[in-house]
Design a protein around this ligand. Structure first.
Ligand code: ADP
Ligand code: ZN
Length: 431
């Protein structure tokens, strides 16, 4: 079967030789769309420019704006009658972009997804529950098709309705789930509230992704449920989920380089960064026929992990995504990413599963308020203990982000839980 076929074991040479062949084809294919044809012709570029994978650096970047400008299907490189599906990005940072897929694109995507799942140890004997929202979001059908391709009995549970999710897990002996990090924490908490020890659920693996989370959060989900959590990465522009997945080493996500080229650039200067340095991920589809996307600036911040993975696969790994360049907020002149805050919070055993960052302004005074859920058993403690906890969190955060936040300790389960991607930051400064 193709999900653990030979290309998973390719050497670097094999990967790079195939990349050249596929990149040339992708450029020719992309130039069937007037946007790419003009962009490349004006710069004197074509498939013939490519002699090695590095020659891709001669091509201009494209941005989310370019995809938005060409909405809904002006980037089509096949007759629109060849399309069998469309999806949209979630629109986390603005109006969504649309991607249309041919039958072959859908099959390739399912195969990539299945390959990633297989790598984590999922097999056809597993029962798989997909807790992503279905519909336009690629996390629904994208993961679903991958799981079916692998041969798993697949439950399209969708997002939300936590009680039903838990019942399905128990009734159908579900061994693997795909779930957003924020929702995984919520489900675990709900299981506890129902009086069940989450460790007794039949789960053994969770694929967790679609939004940033820290290693501390991963450890928490693993401990509460007594499972293995594998980071799963993707974006609609690159198909959807299945672009990158952690192997059992749990150290970085392998990107299937027979189907994608990855580069890391300095987001300010646009210059290529050496392996190991953190910057913006730029991605290129290889082999997508309906809507190839070439040298796309993802805004996601990560680094390529140098060296070979202990698992033996030669497909490069990217590190945990720390956020998007547009997630950053500035408070009192300091650049802050929400994940810096999550990392500190989740290291406190007293801290519960959810938090919310609120940016406030009164006159000229700016305040960074962090609302933090405290575990049920810790919330009953006397005021002095809670005050001391507040101070410790505030001091640790100050060490990390260099400004002193106001910490509100709140009861477990009291902050809003999103069915989709969590909204971690609320900016009230311009109200
Ligand atoms: P949108 O960009 O509007 O959220 P998508 O639903 O296509 O649309 O989401 C893709 C984005 O989700 C990625 O670009 C990235 O920012 C984020 N993402 C996906 N998987 C992960 C992950 N495992 N870790 C961190 N961020 C992720
Ligand atoms: Zn590996």
């Amino acid at each position: 079967m193709d999900f653990f076929d030979i290309c998973e074991n390719w050497s670097r040479d094999q990967i790079e030789n195939e990349q050249v062949v596929r990149l040339k084809k992708s450029i020719t294919q992309a130039m069937k769309a007037p946007f790419y044809a003009k962009l490349y012709k004006d710069a004197g570029l074509s498939a013939d420019t490519i002699k090695s994978p590095q020659d891709i650096q001669k091509f201009p970047y494209i941005s989310k704006e370019d995809l938005r400008d060409n909405y809904p299907n002006k980037l089509a490189c096949v007759p629109v009658s060849e399309f069998v599906r469309m999806h949209c990005s979630s629109g986390t940072t603005g109006s969504p972009v649309a991607i249309c897929y041919t039958k072959k694109d859908i099959e390739n995507w399912a195969s990539l997804m299945a390959r990633g799942m297989y790598m984590t140890g999922i097999r056809k004997e597993d029962t798989f529950q997909n807790m992503s929202g279905y519909g336009l979001f690629t996390g629904g059908l994208g993961i679903h098709y991958g799981a079916e391709h692998l041969g798993c009995m697949t439950i399209p549970a969708g997002a939300g309705n936590t009680k039903r999710q838990i019942k399905l897990i128990k009734d159908f002996n579900v061994s693997v789930v795909h779930v957003l990090p924020s929702y995984a924490m919520h489900v675990a908490q709900q299981v506890q509230l129902e009086g069940t020890d989450p460790k007794t659920l039949p789960l053994r693996i969770a694929l967790v992704g679609a939004e940033p989370y820290t290693d501390e959060t991963r450890k928490r989900i693993e401990d509460i449920l007594d499972i293995k959590v594998y980071n799963s990465f993707g974006m609609s522009e690159m198909n959807g989920p299945g672009v990158g997945m952690e192997c059992q080493e749990q150290y970085g996500m392998h990107i299937w380089e027979d189907s994608y080229i990855i580069e890391i650039i300095d987001p300010e200067t646009g210059l290529l960064l050496p392996e190991g340095e953190v910057g913006e991920l730029v991605m290129t589809t290889l082999g997508r026929e309906g809507m190839p996307v070439l040298r796309y600036r993802t805004h996601d911040l990560t680094r390529i992990i140098p060296g070979d993975c202990a698992c033996g696969r030669k497909h490069k790994r990217i590190d945990r995504i720390t956020g998007r360049s547009d997630d950053m907020f500035i408070m009192k002149g300091v650049n802050i990413y929400p994940m810096q805050i999550e990392q500190v919070l989740m290291a406190f055993p007293e801290v519960g599963q959810n938090y919310l960052i609120q940016l406030e302004k009164e006159g000229l005074k700016e305040t960074l308020r962090v609302k933090v859920e405290v575990r049920e058993e810790n919330f009953v403690e006397d005021m002095r203990v809670l005050r001391a906890l507040q101070d410790r969190i505030s001091r640790r955060l100050h060490d990390e982000i260099l400004i002193t936040p106001v910490i509100d300790l709140v009861q477990a389960n009291s902050l809003p839980v999103s069915e989709g991607k969590a909204k971690r930051v609320i900016d009230l400064r311009n109200n």
